[in-house]
Design a protein around this ligand. Sequence first.
Ligand SMILES: C[S@@+](CC[C@H](N)C(=O)[O-])C[C@H]1O[C@@H](n2cnc3c(N)ncnc32)[C@H](O)[C@@H]1O
Length: 199
Amino acid sequence: MSESEANVDWDAEARTFDEEADHGLRDPEIRRAWADRLRGWLPAGAADVLDLGCGTGTLSLLAAEQGHRVTGVDLSPAMIDLARAKLAGRDAAFLVGDAATPPVGEQRYDVVLVRHVLWTLPDPARVLRHWRGLLRPGGRLVLIEGRWGTVSPVGIPADRLTELLAPVAGHVRVERLSDDPLLWGKTVADERYAVVAMD
Ligand SMILES: C[S@@+](CC[C@H](N)C(=O)[O-])C[C@H]1O[C@@H](n2cnc3c(N)ncnc32)[C@H](O)[C@@H]1O
């Protein structure tokens, strides 16, 4: 992740996006590490999961493999094409649209899942309120974010995201991810975490 990543041409990036270890999860150990974490963040029973900024559908696929129904939204048509191909034949739908105001009409979800996207969106407090409104009663936000880099770090520190969530969630659990090299395919020194936020 870099400062310029907030202004990336994601259509141009789509073809090679999965080459990063934590993007494509092509290494079975890395894939298993993410699958195990995701299982802990998602409800035990089959749920409707909205994956915002879904990219090539990597987490969408893990969620579908765990028995959940997935809707993915991404601004990049090229990413959406790859996600559709990756989840072909599964209980999943993909839409081109803005993660800040996803084009899902009156549909409501058990989980809004977002990895490495919130930090790039303008006015995250407003976005979190909107996402909260997309949840069914008892639903949860699962947000995987970080603050990447050491010289000019970019992203959202967990403390800041916890503050932003205070008005929209009664219970916020932060899980540190930096100390698990299996998730990233390498040792990392910067701040990486997941937040599960519920009523
Ligand atoms: C770092 S990638 C993360 C992809 C995916 N969440 C994952 O973890 O593999 C960021 C993704 O967010 C998408 N994106 C960026 N801004 C967006 C926006 N405003 N609305 C929807 N998608 C957006 C990009 O097209 C890209 O697919």
